[in-house]
Ligand binder design. Sequence first.
Ligand code: FAD
Length: 438
Amino acid sequence: MRRVAVIGGGISGIATTFYLNKAGVPVDLYESAPAIGGRIGSERMGGRWLDFGGKNIGRKYRRFREFVRDTGDFPFEYFGFNTSQVIDGKVVSLTKEGRQLSNLFGFLKLAGPKGVSMLYPWVRAIMKDNAQGMLRTSFFNDIAGRFDHVSLADYFPRRCANHLIRPVTVRMNGAEPDECYPGNFGSNLALVLDSYEQLKGGMHQLLEAFADGRSGDLSIRTGHRVERLDRCDSGRGVTVAYTCNGQGGSITYGRVISALPAVQLSALLGGSLPEAVEILDRVRYYPVSVAIAAYRDNVFPKEQRAMVFDSTSPLSNAGAYGIHDLDLVRYTFSGKAARVQINPESKAEDVILQAEKKVLPFFSIAENIRTSMIYKYLSPGLCAYSPFHHKLFSELQQSLASFSGLYVTGDFRRGASIEACFAAAEETVKHLMTGELS
Ligand SMILES: Cc1cc2nc3c(=O)[nH]c(=O)nc-3n(C[C@H](O)[C@H](O)[C@H](O)COP(=O)(O)OP(=O)(O)OC[C@H]3O[C@@H](n4cnc5c(N)ncnc54)[C@H](O)[C@@H]3O)c2cc1C
């Protein structure tokens, strides 16, 4: 098969490339930044590369783990699941580390009996078939059809929405429960039901090995910003117009796969497919900021490694970077309060001082000394999809049918987790190879 262009070198584009190359299809991968990675990218702090985006890998991430094995020998280390929050003036902790009874009690406390009974059928559906825990599956399409006229805040009892649903949506969608919908919640719930590891050497090592190990089947075009995607004059194929180092160029491919967030794909289609633009613009993205700070001494005790904060706080959660990194804190700012108080111009030092004030009553910050930090404002940050998302996606597929040769994957197809990005890439490549749609 002739070369295929993949637009976007985040994990969706990398996954798409992986599946295309596996099928023997050569790829030109376009990435506007100087390096691939997008929202699983890393920054150097001292002598170490640290991941500021996606880094927690579920035990059920089958596809991503296959990619890791195929790329080289990259061991994982345990990260677990550990979170705390203040309810009625008391700290309530949830952990998957050998405390099943207190965990169950904590869960009941967060959700309340009514919340538990409402969540139970959803949990059972995913436990029976893990594939249901993504966007647009049969079980959750039915939930969407029946309930997506209300938000999660209106669907669940208030206690459950505030203490169980909110920590999940601000973390995974950058959004409040009143900005998220029942039909999409399976893609979050599957992640809560998993338990986590991280790559010992971080994402940076993996991405470097992927980029270095490429054969003639893959050309990685970093620094190439795609400006437009146009139907080629013959009606078969897609012209990719790009700029690189201030110079413009264009190449026509028989097939192009966009692996961009919906909002970024929309910007490339304005001239050629206005109806798709209208659909893509309905997919919501919210910004998220991440700061990673190193302290002289440990900040966390081993048994309480993370804390989530309520809707009045721009700091949505603070947690140890890794199970052995109790002196390294990853602060995440997302949700409505973060959107009001933090913007692209906010100074890193102001943002982190605010966060340190917030965690002061809970962790060993007061006598501690911060030795270094990195900070990033990400926009688009996290995808919050749309109500009746399955219908939106069908409309998008219909509108793309008139654009021969253009295929679409990304975080809004099956969900924003790294594994969901792989699942979306796998089915998009299958669509391209066989014409089969899912
Ligand atoms: C803070 C944070 C923490 C997260 N934690 C986890 C986690 O622990 N586990 C997990 O499973 N998931 C996690 N996620 C979710 C997951 O990391 C993301 O959903 C995923 O990385 C999105 O990848 P993507 O390739 O779809 O998009 P992106 O990573 O945004 O990739 C798009 C790429 O396209 C490039 N691009 C944009 N426009 C153009 C253009 N015009 N031309 C060329 N290139 C362009 C961008 O530079 C970017 O590299 C997290 C996300 C965030 C933000």
